[in-house]
Write a new protein. Structure first.
Ligand SMILES: [Zn+2]
Length: 321
């Protein structure tokens, strides 16, 4: 029995991570039920468990500038990422770092979950993990309780409907495996026809949204642009936060192949927020704008949630149940 506090962010991350116990090791950029690799385990658990922003690759988890550095194993908390090598180059193959995640304590001993290349996903004593790359914390508020505001709860509920491929910052396939771009939006899986709301006051216009040419709505306000892709516009011109601006459309067949086969229905809202000034939440600089993690902006209350939370499917959360 692992001691963890499911009432905290870290506890929620750990509780989610424990679903992966017993899976074999499989290096993959996709979350499948066949197996999982070390950094997918840590990043996926953070995403679905606590809606925190964490890079996808082990070495990027080590170098992330916004991660908090934990100095000692004795200070580690559930959700913290343990990094095995000083950097990728000093790993045995010289290419990939290796990470494990703190999930709690067994008999008072800090305990990790790791996807080991040889054994698959296993639980180990944290002190037996070769720790040369340090400990990183991606929890904004590790001791805080789960979010209470309606907006934060809605953003958290939506996270369960976002597969790894549709996430912010994830490299995305564009028809060919050789041509990948970072996805500067978050895809939120909802039923076709779901209402889409303006996340802030602004001017709504019909838009063809890059990179895949999706039909949609763009809402513009001083220094901020919100792209709502795969949407049929229903209101254009001046709009208020919370006003319905369109309905979600089933995307073009091309999109179907971009996502995990687990998602037979590819219908989703492509939700991107670009700012002229660097925002307080994690962002990618692209085409002259800072594209920020949109669900984090919802959580912080900076913008509103663009879809009705009731319309979000919970299928993803059940995948490993
Ligand atoms: Zn998208």
């Amino acid at each position: 029995m692992i001691g963890l506090d499911a009432g905290t962010y870290g506890g929620a991350v750990a509780a989610y991570a424990l679903r992966f116990v017993g899976l074999r090791y499989l290096q993959s950029e996709e979350l499948t039920s066949d197996g999982i690799d070390c950094s997918t385990l840590t990043s996926q658990s953070h995403w679905a468990g606590a809606l925190e922003v964490i890079p996808f690759r082990a070495e990027a988890q080590r170098t992330a500038e916004y991660a908090f550095v934990v100095r000692d194993t004795a200070d580690a908390l559930p959700g913290d990422v343990f990094v095995q090598h000083q950097d990728s180059a000093s790993s045995p193959g010289g290419r990939h770092n290796h990470v494990g995640m703190m999930v709690g304590w067994v008999g008072g001993e800090p305990t990790l979950l790791e996807a080991s290349e040889r054994v698959g996903v296993r639980i180990i004593n944290a002190r037996s993990f070769e720790l040369n790359g340090g400990i990183r914390r991606f929890l904004a508020d590790p001791c805080g309780l789960m979010p209470r505001t309606a907006v934060a709860r809605a953003a958290l509920a939506m996270a369960g409907g976002v597969p790894k491929f549709g996430r912010f910052g994830m490299r995305q396939y564009l028809g060919s495996a050789c041509n990948r771009v970072p996805h500067r939006a978050t895809d939120i899986y909802v039923a076709s026809g779901s209402k889409v709301y303006a996340p802030f006051d602004g001017r709504a216009e019909h838009a063809v949204i890059d990179p895949d040419g999706a039909q949609g709505v763009r809402v513009i306000a001083n220094g901020r642009t919100c792209e709502l892709g795969h949407v049929e516009p229903t209101a254009l011109g001046s709009v208020r936060r919370g006003q319905v601006v369109g309905r979600v459309l089933c995307p073009a067949p091309l999109v179907d192949i971009l996502y995990s086969p687990a998602y037979s229905d590819p219908t989703h809202l492509h939700f991107a927020v670009g700012c002229s000034a660097r925002p307080s939440v994690r962002a990618i600089h692209c085409d002259g704008l800072w594209w920020s993690e949109p669900l984090a902006m919802c959580r912080e209350g900076i913008i509103g949630v663009p879809v009705d939370q009731e319309s979000v499917r919970g299928a993803f959360a059940d995948e490993f149940a």
